[in-house]
Design a protein around this ligand. Structure first.
Ligand code: P5A
Length: 447
């Protein structure tokens, strides 16, 4: 993409309404624009990162064997009356009446809708196990939407639902989600710690939230500091293996880690004092096992092979896809702007032309642009006539992990400058070597 043809409305001023750094930078970098309280338009740069995060979520869900589908945002109130949640959900549910006077709602979650799909189509244990998921907009009329995409009213969520014959099978599905979530967050450069939590309006009493530690997080958390040493890394897991998934769950949940909803002082006191931590965290996901809560209420049963009709065991599993943008920025920024982890960066590298209009500099930039593009990478080429200082400030603000700076002086010596956004370190090297280095970082072959 050439900056002169892009739509990147960066702001020089810090917007007064933004209280936390991720919200400030998302507004300043022209990623989002508020449409009304807690509801945002996703401008091109923000939309690009949202799509990258969504893609990682899809890949990891499908790696775990979960099947994508797409359910609507508007739902009929009738299903929610069956489960008993139509009244129970309260003021957070946005209720709508259509022209025929039918009660509708903008879905805050999809347990009822998916249970209805299941009961209409599945009747035998032979079709289990089954996990279906989608990534779709949700609406919760939060009393205090704030911090930009962090607590929106309209937000983008991956929500998945498992259907199993037995509790044991459903707990394997739970563990499989825990493993796939660890992988998912690490690919985004995040450490998200599973912590025992409360079922809230979704239900069940076996649930973990995934928290990214950050001072600006809305949840108070209590944990054993040893837990922060755990890394999932690049281990290969067989998602069908009950033992392997169970082992990961045990490894990542055996130390004390709880949100304030389930915090237990007496248990916490058993953690050696020097390892006890009280901190804040951003909830980027939550997994639930709630047994037959919805299948009992809505009559979702299967034949069990022994001539009985039994209610299916279920769980649901959510990732806050739009909230993740905020969480990643909270975890990765400096006083100049965002620092995108390579896994989610909107563009792989920036190209800054220090002297637009200089034939040699222009040609060198065009050649870099063509080489990176040929590798399947997406560079953002600042081909405007702005001053160098302004170009650098924009690149730092929007946080591309790598910048190639091209100017007549370097070109005389046959070099360009490659700079890491994270470390600020620069090196001078021939253009082809800069391209090779970026290709290696992103794991793409140089033709
Ligand atoms: C699990 C999937 C559920 O709704 N039903 C389907 C279950 N869980 S949850 O914890 O309530 O939400 C899942 C994740 O969505 C994000 N989230 C939000 N993001 C932005 N703004 C909001 N107002 C908001 N509410 C929830 C969180 O990341 C949460 O973990």
């Amino acid at each position: 993409m050439r900056l002169s043809r892009y739509f990147l409305p960066v702001l020089k001023e810090t917007p007064a309404e933004a209280q936390i750094v991720s919200h400030r930078y998302m507004l300043r970098a022209g990623m989002i624009k508020q449409a009304s309280a807690g509801i945002y338009s996703w401008l091109p740069l923000g939309f690009k990162v949202l799509r990258k995060i969504e893609q990682i979520v899809h890949e990891e869900q499908q790696r775990a064997g979960h099947i994508p589908l797409l359910m609507p945002t508007l739902q009929s109130a009738d299903l929610w009356r069956e489960s008993g949640r139509y009244d129970a959900y309260g003021a957070e549910m946005l209720r709508i009446t259509d022209r025929h006077g039918r009660d509708m709602l903008y879905g805050p979650t999809n347990e009822e809708l998916i249970t209805d799909i299941f009961r209409s189509n599945v009747s035998s244990y032979r079709d289990l196990p089954l996990t279906l998921y989608h990534i779709q907009w949700k609406f919760r009329d939060e009393i205090r939407p704030r911090f930009g995409v962090m607590r929106g009213r309209e937000f983008y969520m991956k929500d998945g639902y498992n259907f199993d014959l037995t509790k044991e099978d459903a707990l394997h599905a739970y563990n499989r989600h825990l493993v796939s979530y660890l992988r998912t967050y690490e690919r985004m450069g995040l450490q998200a710690i599973p912590m025992r939590a409360d079922g809230g309006p979704i239900g069940g009493d076996y649930t973990h939230e995934f928290l990214v530690l950050a001072e600006t997080g809305e949840s108070e958390v209590f944990y054993d500091s040893e837990i922060t040493d755990l890394k999932f890394g690049d281990r290969q897991i067989d998602y069908d293996s009950v033992e392997q998934c169970q082992a990961v769950l045990e490894e990542f949940t055996s130390r004390y880690a709880r949100t304030d909803e389930t915090h237990d002082e007496a248990l916490f006191d058993q953690v050696p004092e020097e390892r006890r931590r009280v901190a804040r965290g951003i909830e980027v996901g939550q997994i639930f096992y709630f047994g037959t809560k919805y299948s009992d209420a809505m009559g979702a049963t299967v034949s069990d092979g022994d001539g009985n009709q039994v209610p299916v065991h279920m769980g649901s599993h959510g990732i806050g896809v739009s909230r993740l943008l905020g969480a990643i920025i909270e975890a990765s920024h400096d006083d100049k702007g965002i620092i995108w982890p390579e896994g989610v960066t909107p563009f792989h590298a920036g190209i800054v032309n220090l002297k637009q209009g200089d034939a040699e500099a222009d040609a060198a930039c065009e050649a870099l642009y063509a080489s990176l593009t040929a590798l399947g990478l997406e560079p953002l080429y600042d081909d405007t006539t702005e001053r160098a200082g302004a170009k650098f400030a924009t690149m730092d603000l929007i946080g591309l992990p790598w910048r190639i700076t091209v100017g007549p002086r370097g070109l005389k010596n046959g070099v360009v400058e490659l700079t890491s956004r994270r470390t600020g370190e620069s090196e001078e090297l021939p253009p082809e070597a800069a391209v090779a280095k970026i290709a290696a970082i992103y794991g793409v072959a140089k033709a």
